[in-house]
Design a protein around this ligand. Structure first.
Ligand code: AHR
Length: 495
């Protein structure tokens, strides 16, 4: 049987903000230390202390922005502990994540220079939970003020004369939980107060992000939008994807057929969440000026056996690739409201595109999906519809196909996921409203022999992209292809 996708080339929608393809780096486990940062004296190949292989891998993804320093760590972080001579910096306990020593050798300068190296925009998350308004205000002054001022002077004393451009700033993180256990009403007032002192010096705008809801906490979004919408540019949303739920985390690699479908079903819930949060936001912001910022998303499994439970280190299989493909299609399809998103987290934590061990690096299936999807960045979303057979087992069913499509400079791009664990799908992709004929189609696919195949340091190329055969129709307005079972595909179309 043939399944069908229709891409309406005449129905151009919102621009897919490239910042939807952002990443998140917290002082958690081996994300910063051992992940991005090894220090200048490390035997591991580095550029001024940053791992060369990790930097190069992220550049392959055209990483648009990087969020730092947390997460829960952000609301315990005091930025002045992380500046000046690193040997003199305060040594503290990372109480949130594993109770390990935090020597603050990676601080503001190291983060801003990392973003320069990655050629991406910095997204810093400030401390509302245990920090003061003055501390937050001085951090902004330290980073962005270019004239004569106490903080600009301190920055210069620490080796940096020029100010930096700070693109995104979050006023706290998960303030309903680890960021202070606040009510929505209390946080809305705190947000308005703290953000007042996130000053904009000069002409460079800082995009201010209010701490948003946990998953389906619609009350939080209602209160924040009602009380503070005019003071924010973005409102965040955190949603992780579990096989079961937060209290029942399961293995990243060892799961059964039902575990495949329950996880994908949870990934598809992102669509409903965005629709519902958007509906509330639209009541107060009908023009969609305020962006929904999904600054923490991704699969959260049980940690790898034998690793520190506080480090959240997990492997990453074809199932994670499907979650990434489905979620990114959802973000693309809601790009009228979703303006920024950050996969949690960049290296060695949760659904990471990159894992490291000593001097070794492995690119996970999720890395390959991000690389395959990058052509959507800053492209214009096109309307799509799909007719498919659902996939599932017992009482757990998911859409058989996930799709999004975009256009940039006259070139079209379609990403498709086949969620069926066992069966391939023969798909016809029709273009409606196309004035010219299709001249070439280049498709690549990511899959593994098994639904839980994954890459290891010893076998890094078990799950990698391969070319996929396509056939253009006689009338030049469609093409057909066979999506293998449990796969993610990306198709570039020229006319
Ligand atoms: O990404 C791990 C943690 O998940 C973050 O620190 C926190 O914001 C969230 O609960």
């Amino acid at each position: 049987m043939k399944e069908t996708v229709i891409v309406n080339a005449g129905q151009k929608k919102s621009v897919i903000d490239r910042n939807i393809y952002g990443h998140f780096s917290e002082h958690l486990g081996r994300c910063i230390y051992g992940g991005f940062w090894v220090g200048k004296d490390s035997p591991i190949d580095n550029i001024n202390g940053y791992r060369k292989d990790v930097v190069e891998a992220f550049k392959e993804l055209d990483i648009p922005n990087l969020r730092w320093p947390g997460g829960c760590f952000a609301d315990e972080y005091h930025w002045k502990d992380g500046i000046g001579d690193y040997k003199q910096r305060k040594r503290m306990v990372n109480t949130h994540w594993g109770g390990v020593l935090e020597d603050n050798s990676f601080g503001t300068h190291e983060f801003m220079e990392l973003c320069e190296l990655l050629e991406c925009k910095p997204y810093i998350c400030g401390n509302v939970g245990s920090g003061t308004v003055q501390e937050m205000s001085e951090w902004i002054e330290y980073i962005t003020f270019s004239g004569e001022s106490p903080m600009a002077k301190l920055r210069e004393e620490n080796g940096r004369k020029d100010s930096w451009k700070l693109d995104f700033f979050g006023v706290g993180n998960e303030n309903w939980g680890c960021g202070g256990n606040m009510s929505a009403e209390f946080y809305a007032d705190q947000y308005k107060r703290y953000q007042t002192y996130v000053r904009q010096y000069g002409s460079d705008k800082i995009y201010k992000i209010a701490g948003g809801a946990n998953v389906a906490d619609y009350h939080w979004t209602e209160v924040l939008m009602r009380e503070a919408a005019s003071f924010m540019d973005g409102l965040s949303l955190h949603c992780y994807c579990y096989e079961i739920d937060w209290n029942n985390k399961r293995s990243a690699t060892n799961f059964d057929n039902k575990g495949w479908y329950t996880t994908l079903k949870n990934a598809f819930k992102m669509d409903e969440l965005i629709i519902n949060h958007d509906r509330i936001m639209t009541k107060f912001d009908p023009d969609k000026r305020v962006g929904l910022v999904v600054d923490e998303w991704g699969c959260w499994h049980e940690v790898e056996p034998g690793t520190n439970p506080g480090f959240l280190y997990q492997q990453n299989t074809v199932r994670d690739a499907l979650v990434a493909g489905i979620t990114l299609n959802i973000f693309n399809n809601h790009s009228d409201r979703v303006k920024i998103a950050n996969l949690a987290q960049a290296v060695n934590v949760l659904q990471s595109p990159i894992l490291t061990e000593g001097d070794k690096l492995v690119k996970t299936p999720t890395f390959h999906v991000l690389k395959m999807y990058k052509q959507h960045q800053d492209a214009t979303l096109l309307e799509t519809t799909a007719a498919y057979v659902s996939a599932g087992i017992d009482d757990v069913f998911v859409p058989g196909i996930s799709v999004s499509a975009s256009e940039k400079a006259g070139k079209y791009f379609v990403t498709l996921c086949n969620t069926d664990m066992n069966s391939s799908k023969n798909v016809d992709v029709h273009f409606a409203g196309l004035s010219k004929n299709i001249t070439s189609v280049n498709a690549e696919v990511l899959t593994g022999e098994k639904m839980n195949s994954f890459n290891t340091f010893d076998n890094p190329d078990v799950v990698v992209t391969k070319a996929l055969r396509t056939e253009i129709s006689q009338d030049g307005k469609s093409f057909s292809l066979t999506l293998p079972a449990h796969s993610v595909s990306a198709i570039a179309i020229n006319c």
